[in-house]
Design a protein around this ligand. Structure first.
Ligand SMILES: Nc1ncnc2c1ncn2[C@@H]1O[C@H](COP(=O)(O)OP(=O)(O)OP(=O)(O)O)[C@@H](O)[C@H]1O
Ligand SMILES: [Mg+2]
Length: 569
């Protein structure tokens, strides 16, 4: 039994209090199929979100199987399913994979066979058997809704909350889904609460809850709906609502409620459930551990990575083109660099060579500084491309999975592992490729390490941006700006004004990586770079520290952003 008592949900907007739900008192017994209807904006979605614990009620209580959810904590992730209106699966996965993942993320399972068995049963239950191998991207609207339901059935929830899962479907598909929901409510004593717009086919529901301006104005059998509002057809209820104030409708419902409730089966006056409907404690499997969730997400991320053609092509193109671009620009200067490198040994011609070095000093200095900066900036660009959309692009899916018991730490852990591989491959390849053509007179460990660090720092910071923003486009744009400002604000090309430099430079990852690599060059080469740049070059240790701090800030921002609830309303 779900019982809502005097529920209030009020939001603050511009200093004013706006009540979105007022005095909601409703009972829904086990095995009940209830339609939640009402004009657009009346608070249907808000009510579902409040039951699911996404919105925190500002007054009243929710009771579930003898527990007061407002005092004893929200519903457990495996007790309920919430099917939002938006699509909540990854386009690149198949129906079966999506369901399989949902089970593995949400349920502590003993074996692969158990997962398979459960997946088979769910696929059967929601009627997706014929298309189990199909990718989510090609599913029809109705099939996607079925999949949405299937994902929620992973835990066999005893309460299923569905938000407009039939909207936008043709009458036949709509009918099929309503029948499916009806069936689901008739097994395991499951309550199915479904928000719907269509007032036409309400006979399959056990009861209809009508909301109007955040208030309950009716909750009774579908057959009595039209009569209650004094109209001939259920479809005429909305126009009828407009004839009186919401308060008036709410007050008259207060008077009638007990009468209607006493006439409906399962709505006995007692609020407390019978012992039989209490869940056997310990029966529920519980949420999988940190590592179990992390591995599922990591495997899923790699699958999506290799199936997402556009992303894959972009990654490969960047890997091939970026280092080549660096070499291309360095080509003309490479002979000068070689000459400079080969004059280490003292000999008869030392003096002549020395003069030549002096002649080429500016050229070599400019070339080295440019080469390093080029590598650094391109790696920063790769970093932002790695992560700008990583969280923002799947935010609603992530919120949904969090609600289903996914740990933020497992989620972020999987992202960090995945991104660490990209960063290492990109940076190591950039280092090796450029070094083949233009042997850099810097220690490999420092040079390579600082290239990895700048990519990692930028990837982490853009991941932080991705976690803070609601839309992937916002996150991308901000990340691109961040990369765009790296070169001009590094001070490597044009010196920053004296007063500005100490304020801005600490935040510019590219500067620290560039500065560290240049500083680690052989003395002669370092001196050469020093003549062409006005920027101050800091010790390698400090550069590594600065980039480490950037990396940590990025990870902390990502964690903070990912922990916040962001359903985009
Ligand atoms: N977090 C929020 N901040 C501000 N306004 C909100 C918030 N959540 C909901 N609202 C407002 O509360 C009202 C009820 O919203 P809700 O989404 O519950 O409506 P609904 O009944 O589901 O409508 P629809 O049928 O169009 O989906 C709307 O006016 C909406 O704009
Ligand atoms: Mg809604």
């Amino acid at each position: 039994m779900l019982e809502i008592r005097d529920l209030q949900f009020t939001i603050q907007k511009d200093g004013a209090e706006i009540p979105l739900l007022q005095n909601i008192s409703v009972k829904i017994p086990a095995g009940h199929f209830v339609a939640i209807v009402g004009p657009s904006g009346c608070g249907k979605s808000t009510l579902l979100k409040t039951i699911a614990g996404i919105n925190v009620e500002t007054g009243g209580d929710l009771h579930w199987d003898g527990r007061n959810l407002s005092e004893d904590g929200d519903l457990q992730p495996d007790e309920f399913g919430y099917v939002p209106q938006f699509s909540i699966a990854f386009d690149q996965l198949t129906v079966e994979e999506s369901i399989d993942n949902a089970i593995r993320l949400r349920l502590k399972t003993k074996s692969g066979a158990e997962v398979e068995q459960r997946a088979d049963r769910i696929i059967e239950q929601v009627g997706l058997d014929a298309i189990r191998e199909r990718r989510v991207s090609v599913l029809s609207g109705g099939q996607k809704r079925r999949l949405g339901l299937a994902l929620e059935m992973a835990t066999d929830p005893r309460l299923l909350l569905c938000d407009e899962v039939t909207s936008g479907l043709d009458p036949k598909s709509e009918n099929e889904i309503v029948n499916l929901l009806h069936r689901l409510s008739k097994s395991d004593g499951r309550i199915v609460a479904s928000v719907t717009h269509s007032l036409g086919h309400l006979d399959l529901y056990d009861s209809v809850l009508v909301l109007y301006a955040g208030r309950v104005v009716y909750h009774g059998p579908p057959s009595a709906l039209a009569h209650y509002f004094g109209v001939a057809l259920a479809e005429e209820v909305y126009p009828a609502l407009a004839t009186r104030e919401p308060d008036q409708w709410a007050q008259s419902w207060e008077k009638h409620r007990e009468h209607y409730y006493s006439a409906m089966p399962g709505f006995a006056a007692s609020a407390m459930p019978s012992a039989a409907s209490q869940p056997a404690s310990g029966k529920r499997a519980g949420t999988p551990g940190f590592f179990a969730q992390l591995f599922v997400l990591l495997a899923r991320r790699w699958t999506i990575f290799f199936r997402d053609r556009t992303q894959l092509l972009l990654q490969v193109a960047m890997l091939l083109i970026f280092p080549a671009v660096v070499v291309l620009f360095a080509f003309e200067g490479i002979p000068a660099l070689k000459r400079a490198s080969e004059t280490r040994s003292a000999g008869v011609e030392e003096l002549i060579e020395q003069i030549q070095i002096e002649k080429n000093r500016m050229e070599v200095g400019g070339l080295l500084s440019g080469l390093v900066m080029f590598q650094v900036v391109l790696l920063a660009l790769m970093g932002s491309n790695n992560s700008a959309r990583e969280i923002a692009g799947e935010r609603l899916i992530f919120e949904k999975e969090k609600l289903g018991g996914l740990r933020v730490s497992s989620y972020l852990g999987s992202k960090l592992f995945f991104l660490a591989v990209l960063v290492t491959v990109q940076s190591a390849w950039m280092y090796l490729f450029v070094n083949i053509f233009a042997q850099m007179p810097a220690p490999a460990l420092i040079h390579g390490g600082l290239l990895i660090l700048v990519n990692a720092a930028m990837t982490a910071i853009c991941l932080g941006i991705s976690a803070a923003m609601t839309s992937p486009d916002q996150a991308s744009l901000l990340s691109i700006y961040l990369v765009g400002f790296q070169l001009p604000l590094s001070g490597a090309v044009l010196a920053l004004p004296g007063a500005v430099e100490p304020v801005i430079q600490p935040f510019i990852s590219a500067y620290w990586s560039w500065s560290g690599v240049v500083r680690s060059l052989d003395d002669r080469f370092f001196a050469a770079v020093d003549t062409v740049t006005e920027a101050s070059l800091r010790p390698v240790g400090l550069c590594v520290l600065a980039l480490g701090v950037h990396l940590v800030i990025g990870v902390v921002l990502s964690f903070a952003g990912a922990s916040r609830s962001r359903w985009g309303h």
